[in-house]
Design a protein around this ligand. Structure first.
Ligand code: SIN
Length: 509
């Protein structure tokens, strides 16, 4: 069975790639039941695309490039923006229930750092769930796609000639299968589950980065993690999100005394770039002044109809957002960095491709523009599928391979706490060194597990980047360098990054 295309992951990037790869036979592996376990289903805001009369792909690309703080690949941003409207039409054709106005135009939300309303939405905050349901109906009805639900991928099989020869997977009964394939697409999503509090499924722990790196792939910009400023702060992990579209509708960020603190931070106040808002909210929380999203005037009584997911999450926590401000704090939300690919998703490792959040095409640079991620999954998933259709089967000779050991739960807990503390919204060299030292110690105890490899990339990239840019803020290097340079690390390169010599005293947290 060497000719099928294997796709690991069943979020928007994996399923869109699968749908467009015909006539190739596709096997999609998903450890969780379809529709669960991917960040796509949790997305609230929607899909950014230049759909309004006052908008254009050039303007969308310009906003994407500006948000990315010098590190966006401009060709990728233009591809993304130009393909956006047609991808929304295509999804609509698959019955994704995007909202439309009475005159037939798209209903569009405004989100931070977009110069106009540009986010196609589904029932207010139901975009991810609505889109995923439509994609699942489509893949289930498509003969060239075989979905293996409950099949957990656990690593890649190396090829004798170099590159990838397939995937090690465990089925729902825990039986191991070595699935040989001349092409594998990784579409496993995020690594934000490595952080103490995340808005993504907890299982999203950067597994694909570790697998690809072991086969020699380059990991690009791993230090760039986006923290969403308004995760609902009610002690839940993963934390429910209060979508940025609420701020687009006029919801305000206030402290415990009712002061609107973003006005003193940025001219765009609540709609400043996400990294700016995240740092301001982080400082509010850290200094005890508190941060709350006040949607009483902007949304008020219409909350249950207009933002049902946020409303339900608030009410479950005993907060009525029609009458009370919502307590918020930043949480790890999106990984801008990932497995370096070209614009067709090819990693440079023979037989290995990546799409969606686990890939780094360079389209997000140092800070992703809100709601560009679902679009990225569509645009670059389709491009990978188109390229893979033209790829003929390569001969493969699989080498013996074993999955990496798993990180025990208590060690994972310790790692997640350290990632949040030392590689969070604000970092510094001493903290990142403490994190690397912990990762070294956990490696010694448990081996190079996937979680530890992915965490190491973030820590090493953060330590090497002695500047602040986009989502990466170094308190000890607050300025931005004139030249914007990508971090590109192999596994050997990440392993060679040593902690700084640091004082023994604990940080004054
Ligand atoms: C949100 O709805 O605020 C999240 C949108 C995104 O992360 O792109």
């Amino acid at each position: 069975m060497t000719h099928p295309l294997i796709i690991v992951g069943a979020g928007i990037a994996g399923l869109w790639t699968a749908l467009h790869a015909a006539p190739r036979r596709v096997i999609v592996l998903t450890g969780a039941p379809l529709g669960t376990g991917s960040s796509t289903g949790w997305a609230q805001g929607g899909v950014a695309a230049a759909l309004g009369d006052d908008d254009s792909p050039a303007l969308h690309a310009r906003d994407t490039i500006a948000a990315g703080a010098g590190l966006v690949d401009e060709a990728a941003a233009h591809l993304l923006a130009e393909a956006g409207p047609a991808e929304i039409e295509a999804l609509y054709g698959f019955s994704a229930p995007f909202e439309r106005e009475a005159d037939g135009s798209w209903s569009l939300s405004r989100e931070a750092a977009h110069s106009t309303a540009r986010v196609a939405r589904v029932k207010g905050d139901q975009a991810g769930a609505g889109i995923l349901a439509a994609l699942i109906r489509a893949v289930r009805a498509t003969p060239h796609i075989e979905i293996r639900e409950g099949w957990r991928a656990a690593g890649l099989i190396p090829d004798l000639a170099g590159g990838c020869a397939g995937v090690i997977a465990f089925d729902a009964d825990g039986l191991r299968h070595d699935l040989l394939a001349s092409d594998v697409v990784l579409a496993t999503g995020s690594l934000c589950g490595l952080f103490g509090v995340t808005t993504t499924p907890a299982s999203s722990q950067g597994q694909a980065l570790a697998w690809a790196a072991r086969l020699g792939a380059v990991i690009q910009d791993p230090e760039f993690v986006q923290f969403h400023p308004t995760a609902i702060d009610v002690g839940r992990d993963p934390a429910p999100l209060a979508t940025e579209a609420l701020r687009g509708e006029g919801a305000l960020l206030i402290d415990r005394s009712g002061h609107r603190f973003m006005r003193g931070v940025h001219a765009d106040a609540e709609l400043a770039p996400r990294d700016v808002v995240a740092r301001a909210v982080h400082r509010q929380v850290k200094t005890g002044r508190g941060a709350f999203l006040d949607a009483r005037a902007a949304v008020g009584a219409e909350f249950p109809e207009r933002f049902p997911a946020v409303f339900a999450a608030c009410m479950a926590a005993g907060i009525d957002p029609r009458a009370q401000p919502i307590p918020v704090a930043p949480a790890a939300h999106y990984h801008m960095g990932g497995i370096a690919t070209d614009l067709d998703g090819y990693t440079g490792v023979p037989g290995l491709w990546a799409a969606g959040e686990c890939a780094s095409t360079g389209v997000h640079g140092a800070n992703r523009l809100a709601s560009n991620s679902l679009l990225e999954g569509l645009v670059f998933g389709r491009r990978a599928a188109e390229a893979l259709k033209l790829t003929s089967a390569r001969p493969i000779t699989p080498l013996p391979a074993e999955p990496a050991p798993a990180l025990p739960a208590d060690a994972l807990h310790e790692l997640r706490g350290a990632m949040a503390l030392y590689a969070g919204v604000e970092r510094d060299g001493a903290g990142l060194s403490r994190l690397l030292t912990l990762i070294d110690a956990l490696d010694d105890l448990h081996g190079q597990t996937d979680a530890l490899v992915a965490a190491r990339f973030v820590a090493a990239g953060g330590l090497l980047r002695e500047e602040s840019r986009g989502g990466h803020f170094r308190a000890d290097h607050p300025a931005t360098d004139i030249a914007a340079v990508h971090t590109r690390l192999t596994l050997a390169g990440a392993n060679a990054v040593a902690p700084m010599t640091i004082p023994l005293a604990e940080p004054a947290e």
